[in-house]
Design a protein around this ligand. Structure first.
Ligand SMILES: Cc1cc2nc3c(=O)[nH]c(=O)nc-3n(C[C@H](O)[C@H](O)[C@H](O)COP(=O)(O)O)c2cc1C
Length: 255
């Protein structure tokens, strides 16, 4: 018993983190996410078949593993090639112009043991697979206004905002770099759609918003330009589709 208490005290002293939430480590403003791993059994072809833009959410939160996986497919590391950290989506000349923000609503991300990630705006640190707090509090109302009052933005537990630092790519490719950046964000968007689908979540690509207002809501740096928003949540009605049903559609189309 006494040994147990001594061990507990010693271990507390040598634990450099303040947190103890399940699956996330709070270093004080930086939240280490659970590391990416194989969490679904859905094949790519099933995810593509089932992908659909979802705009109605149940009142369930995401869990931290789901958020971790969604963020990893945006810009997470997939290989260390002698110090070059290759990412989850392709990038013209590996210039990696994209920065990822996450708008978390109140009670939007469940950590386990009755705890939630504090509402706020976070920036994704791809190297550490962590989130850094940028703004405290639920800013979904502001994001909703900035995105032409599309209700699925305000009601989603989480919104992923993808910003571009164009100069990273245009400094190498000139004006053509603008095209490359816009193509690149599409790759990331599709990764989000497919990962969300495989996780049993839903999302919708949002392109209609006031860039400056969104940038202001998330407190993006001056050179970070919002390109795309992805509200993510648990679908109110799960979309169902099978290959058998698809074959019937093709049979009709081939008549
Ligand atoms: C570039 C782009 C911008 C889009 N912007 C919006 C948007 O602002 N609001 C919205 O509700 N859906 C938006 N969508 C989603 C489309 O409406 C949707 O993909 C389309 O209706 C096809 O449906 P599906 O995705 O379920 O196959 C956008 C899609 C793309 C590719």
């Amino acid at each position: 018993m006494t040994l147990g208490i001594i061990l507990y005290v010693v271990m507390s002293l040598y634990t450099p983190v303040t947190n103890v939430d399940v699956g996330v480590v709070d270093l004080g403003g930086e939240f280490l996410l659970p590391l990416p791993t194989k969490v679904t059994t859905v094949s790519v072809e099933e995810a593509i078949l089932l992908r659909k833009s979802i705009r109605e959410w149940s009142d369930k939160p995401l869990n931290i593993t789901q958020l971790s996986m969604i963020l990893w497919v945006t810009q997470g590391v997939v290989e260390d090639v002698h110090g070059w950290l290759r990412r989850a989506a392709p990038s013209a000349g590996a210039t990696y112009p994209l920065e990822i923000y996450v708008v978390v609503g109140e009670g939007g991300v469940y950590l386990g043991e009755g705890k939630y990630l504090p509402a706020g705006v976070y920036k994704y640190d791809f190297r550490r697979h962590s989130l850094r707090l940028v703004v405290s509090g639920d800013v979904r109302e502001g994001l909703w206004r900035a995105s032409l009052m599309q209700d699925w933005v305000r009601e989603a537990p989480v919104n992923i905002v993808i910003c571009a630092v164009y100069e990273r790519t245009t400094s190498r490719y000139g004006d053509r770099g603008i095209r490359y950046v816009i193509l690149e964000v599409g790759h990331v968007g599709q990764n989000i759609y497919l990962m969300a689908t495989a996780l049993g979540l839903g999302t919708v690509a949002i392109g209609a918003f006031y860039d400056d207002e969104v940038a202001n809501v998330i407190k993006a740096a001056r050179n970070e330009k919002p390109l795309y928003i992805f509200p993510v949540g648990v679908p109110l009605t799960p979309h169902k589709m099978t290959f058998e049903e698809l074959h019937k559609i093709y049979a009709r189309l081939r008549r």
